[in-house]
Ligand binder design. Structure first.
Ligand code: OGA
Ligand code: MN
Length: 294
């Protein structure tokens, strides 16, 4: 395994070469990767030809798999293209047809264009995500990552104090509301129960590195004890601050790139592409967090 940081002396984003993730990895190697993801927050493994099963196995080296189901998307089980061990981040239905413009599944997926941290709306949020690019879009559809440690570090002392005690409410309903997609209207009362807001601290510390960071996401719709409009203004300001170009890496995909990111330490989003015309087949596995934060 060869590790090459994106920039000299930078601790954000590293390329990893000379490793084959389709093979069984030794315990030692998986511990090394775990340390790398804690330190660099985003790892890029180019040219990994890997089956879904192998991707699941690689993911399980780092913890339990977060299953994809009724708590994280609106696709019915009978309509799934992939196993529930994978989150289908493509724009394809199970017959490999592109979603039509008004398909609720397409509109729901547009939520990935907003800055977010995967499953921050679950009581135990995701730890790592692993995304393999099977069919990629070349000139558009970049995936961008923002370093939430660097963002926290550059807050003023006054702001660090202010955010230190704040608790945010996260829900998919809130992020989809930003797109004008009203999940309460689209889903029945039984389904909507899956998306009740959960509370997360705004500041977290990574146990391995002891670094502090802002745990932000477009899934946030309210701060505890604040009214919603004040909450939204405050959170949007923080998201804008944290996603300045100096904190952001934009990944232009090559086929068979496999990206691994730490949802605790980063936000990410996909940029626009012509998703009703271009195929983009991306498959995500997710490592479940270890515990509730509150
Ligand atoms: C995800 C996600 C972005 C992309 O897989 O969690 O947000 O580029 N994907 O598809
Ligand atoms: Mn995501």
């Amino acid at each position: 395994m060869v590790v090459k940081p994106l920039k000299k002396n930078s601790d954000f984003v590293a390329y990893i070469y000379e490793i084959d993730l389709s093979k069984d990895l030794s315990r030692e190697l998986s511990l090394q990767i775990d340390e790398l993801i804690n330190n660099y927050a985003v790892l890029i493994f180019p040219n990994q030809i890997i089956t879904d099963k192998q991707q699941v196995k690689f993911t399980q080296l780092f913890g339990k798999i977060e299953e994809s189901g009724s708590k994280s998307n609106i696709t019915k089980p009978k309509d799934r293209r992939l196993s529930t061990k994978l989150a289908d981040v493509s724009n394809l239905d199970k017959n490999l047809q592109l979603f039509k413009r008004n398909d609720p599944r397409r509109i729901f997926n547009l939520g990935n264009r907003l800055w977010h941290s995967d499953s921050s709306f679950k009581s135990i949020p995701a730890k790592y995500s692993i995304l393999s690019g099977k069919t990629v879009t070349k000139n558009e559809g970049n995936t961008e990552f923002a370093d939430m440690r660097a963002a926290y570090d550059s807050l003023s002392l006054e702001m660090k104090n202010k955010v230190s005690e704040l608790i945010c409410e996260h829900s998919l309903i809130y992020s989809r509301q930003r797109l004008g997609f009203d999940m309460v209207k689209e889903l029945g009362p039984d389904e909507i129960k899956n998306f009740i807001p959960v509370e997360q601290p705004l500041v977290r510390t990574i146990p391995m590195t002891k670094r502090k960071l802002l745990f932000l996401s477009s899934h946030i719709g309210k701060i505890r004890d604040w009214i919603r409009p004040d909450s939204m203004c405050f959170v949007d300001d923080l998201i804008e601050f944290s996603t300045k170009t100096e904190f952001v890496y934009s990944h232009r995909w090559n086929q068979n790139d496999l990206l691994m990111w730490d949802n605790r330490q980063t936000m990410h989003r996909v940029r626009a592409f012509d998703d009703t015309k271009q195929f983009r087949d991306m498959r995500r596995t997710t490592v479940l967090g270890e515990e509730k934060l509150i």
